[in-house]
Design a protein around this ligand. Structure first.
Ligand SMILES: [Mn+2]
Length: 272
């Protein structure tokens, strides 16, 4: 039995299947950790969603911004943008159970796993974790946000995208979800700046990556995996905070990480 984390799949179904073959993934005994953004931008979101749903008892998922965008379009009949690549069938009534399945997924997930030598605590988030947040606090807040979403998907999904007043407050429902699912850089007060999306070397002087300075959550865990920021090219320069989005839908790679020994397995993208 092994645990494999995979970075942002974003509808790249062929690469996902190739990677699962490469690691010899067996849904009867292994677990696949998915860092969020399962769908959108790539060509086969529907197939990815159906496949992940099929093996749902063997996956751990955290929600990403594209997953939330899909849910917002689904529950609020929002119009798609020109860049969205969802299949039209994904909005039919019969996909309600898959949309509901996605809606149940957390923003922060953690589990203890057994390596050759010891038990380690591993956590996963799509984009990042606020600085002064213990694992317990992050998971509790993730659960509370999830409950609000499930209680009123229409109203609260809309809030995540439209409550712009609170986007930069990690004390609010929409601000915290935006942090968990969209952060890349923060200011000196630990608050997110959502406009910068580039490479690490181009970060403006008043901003830093969310993981650069000490993060409280790292006192509680041995390893943190995240996705979302393809321009990092898998590099954080911190050995136990691992970036797994390597831009598969942009023609780069899909990266898998075996959590037990942190060995990486890489599949070349078939996208242009
Ligand atoms: Mn993302």
């Amino acid at each position: 039995m092994a645990n494999y984390a995979v970075g942002d799949i974003q509808g790249c179904f062929k690469e996902l299947k190739e990677g699962l073959e490469l690691i010899n993934f067996k849904s009867s005994k292994d677990f696949l950790w998915i860092t969020g953004d399962l769908i959108n931008r790539g060509p086969e979101s529907l197939k990815v969603l159906e496949y992940v749903f099929k093996i749902r008892n063997s996956v751990h998922i955290v929600l990403g911004n594209h997953d939330l965008h899909y849910l917002n379009c689904f529950f609020n009949n929002k119009n798609l943008s020109d860049e969205d690549t969802f299949q039209p069938q994904m909005f039919q009534k019969k996909y309600l159970r898959m949309a509901k399945f996605l809606l149940q997924q957390p923003f922060v997930f953690s589990k203890k796993i057994l390596t050759k030598k010891k038990v380690i605590q591993v956590a996963m988030v799509h984009a990042g974790i606020p600085k002064n947040m213990s694992l317990k606090k992050a998971e509790t807040l993730s659960k509370l946000c999830g409950l609000e979403l499930k209680n009123n998907p229409k109203k609260n999904l809309k809030k995540i995208f439209e409550d712009k007043r609170n986007f930069h407050s990690i004390d609010s429902f929409s601000g915290l979800i935006n942090f968990f699912t969209r952060v890349r850089v923060i200011n000196k007060n630990g608050l997110p700046n959502f406009s910068f999306k580039g490479r690490k070397k181009n970060i403006p002087p008043n901003l830093i990556t969310w993981f650069k300075e000490e993060n409280k959550i790292m006192n509680d865990i041995d390893l943190l995996v995240f996705g979302h920021w393809a321009a990092l090219q898998g590099k954080t320069d911190i050995s136990n905070i691992i970036a797994l989005d390597t831009g598969c839908c942009w023609g780069k790679d899909l990266t898998f990480l075996r959590l037990e020994d942190q060995k990486k397995f890489v599949v070349k993208s078939k996208q242009k």
